[in-house]
Design a binder for this molecule. Structure first.
Ligand code: ATP
Ligand code: MG
Length: 443
């Protein structure tokens, strides 16, 4: 049924070797699902009846990556493979982890502990046996995410599964089966207990799908969004000026996120949150200050969701700067100030990507020609190597201190910034002799 050419050599080798030692072994979970759908496979997971110690003995390079749950990682020339012993998880008392991981030699038991029917397919590439106990293939054809067994029970065992359901719906462009969707709402209190780090990881994966809006809208409908990102929901029904906009603030944020490049987490995050403070800043049809307020709000949100300081800094900067208003009338000095304000040329590509995504989520007649023009002018200025930062000035703090006979302190920075302002207006001033003369005027 599945083309053997598509299986990685290393994975086949591992299965052969496990078989040779009288153990069962299957390719399992996401890889078989994605293979069935003709999608690129991210990782090849193997399930086996062999215990972790036995697997460890059979291969040269083995890392105990999740030994408590029976998982080891085998490192081979062509990649790494997670090998997990068949498990039957018992008693999820805390709604997060099984209290008792019990190994089993029965693949059927192992598949029954998994989350969704489409994730519970196992395939033996040597015998070509496909194990599909829960109509997973049927659901793949019907494009449905369905919990295995009783969805309320399954989500009560592990509250992360409901977020995973929304993620897979976005990744695969599937619907969540109605009972499974209803169960998300019924088990919100279990999801509440999930560690924020795990929620963070799911959000990152959602933001890497083709259409994150599918996941966020399912989260809104089921109540998950109130738990995880209530600020986003506040945009629902907030109308915008009809000459530019066709969506309310909520859908505009979501559509901008979809339109942002999927491989760029920072731009996706910034697009999702770029108008997050519009509801709070709304006055009639204006949203004065929503960029700065949005950056602040995004900082709080992203901290809460365990994003790194570096991610937060980049994202909030993009949000704070997303309202720049370029016209051909800008002087070169204005372009230089713009580059400085957004934190340097290195942020331009991301900021333009956010603006493009923002525009794509508006009325289709909104043009973006001005972005091309601004980009050209920026490139010209950068090529001319004009001073853009204090560090690009032909004098430094030492020069200021020596010339003015002052010691280190805030005054030094003030003078350097004042010099920079002058150089931004007239780049020709960036000559050492000229600047040393200018410093004297700040005595
Ligand atoms: P992805 O393409 O995102 O890697 P995946 O299906 O491989 O998708 P993983 O999180 O890597 O997802 O998990 C591998 C497999 O383990 C899943 O296909 C599923 O069978 C099982 N699984 C993972 N997390 C859970 C969970 N929280 N509850 C039950 N089963 C799970
Ligand atoms: Mg996986």
């Amino acid at each position: 049924m599945l083309n053997r050419q598509r299986f990685p050599k290393g994975g086949l080798e591992i299965i052969k070797q496990l078989n040779a030692s009288d153990h069962q072994a299957y390719l399992v979970g996401g890889c078989i699902r994605d293979l069935r759908l003709g999608l690129k496979v991210n990782e090849w997971d193997i399930a086996t009846s062999a215990h972790p110690e036995e697997v460890t003995k059979l291969f040269k390079k083995v890392v105990p990556t999740g030994i408590d749950y029976g998982t080891v990682t085998i490192l081979l020339k062509d990649g790494q493979y997670e090998v997990t012993t068949f498990r039957s998880d018992e008693n999820y008392l805390d709604g997060r982890h099984p209290d008792n991981v019990v190994f089993t030699t029965d693949i059927h038991q192992d598949l029954s502990r998994r989350d969704f029917t489409i994730n519970a397919l196992a395939y033996d590439p040597l015998t070509k046996e496909l194990v599909d106990d829960f109509e997973g293939q049927k659901d793949l054809k019907r494009k449905i995410i369905r919990a295995i067994g009783n969805p309320v029970e399954r989500f009560s065992e592990d509250g992360l599964r409901s977020i995973r359901a929304c993620r897979f719906a976005a990744k695969l462009n599937f619907k969540i089966e109605p009972n499974t969707l209803a169960a998300i709402t019924k088990t919100i209190n279990v999801t509440k207990k999930i560690a924020r780090e795990r929620v963070h990881d799911e959000l990152v994966k959602i933001l890497a799908t083709d259409k994150p809006s599918i996941a966020f809208e399912l989260m809104r409908k089921s109540g998950l969004l109130t738990l995880i990102l209530p600020e986003l929901e506040k945009g629902c029904g907030i109308k915008q000026p009809p000459n530019f906009h066709k969506f309310d603030v909520y859908w505009h944020n979501l559509k901008a996120c979809d339109a942002a490049p999927k491989g760029n987490l920072i731009v996706r995050l910034a697009a999702l949150l770029h108008d997050i403070s519009k509801p709070a800043c709304k006055k009639d049809y204006t949203f004065y200050g929503h960029d700065q307020a949005g950056a602040k709000s995004a900082e709080t949100i992203l901290k809460r969701l365990k994003f790194s300081n570096a991610d937060i800094k980049k994202t909030t900067n993009l949000i704070a700067q997303h309202m720049f208003n370029y016209t051909s009338g800008w002087t070169d000095a204005a372009v230089r100030r713009f580059i400085r304000r957004i934190g340097g040329v290195e942020n331009i590509a991301d900021l333009f990507a956010v603006r493009l995504a923002d525009t794509k989520a508006m009325k289709s007649k909104i043009g973006t020609k001005y972005l091309q023009e601004l980009k050209k002018r920026i490139n010209k200025i950068v090529r001319a190597e004009n001073a853009l930062h204090v560090r690009d000035l032909k004098v430094d703090g030492q020069d200021v201190m020596l010339t003015l006979k002052i010691s280190a302190g805030p005054k030094v920075g003030e003078v350097l910034n004042a010099l920079l302002e002058k150089v931004l207006d007239d780049p020709q001033l960036n000559e050492r002799k000229t600047l040393l003369e200018l410093i004297k005027s700040y005595a």
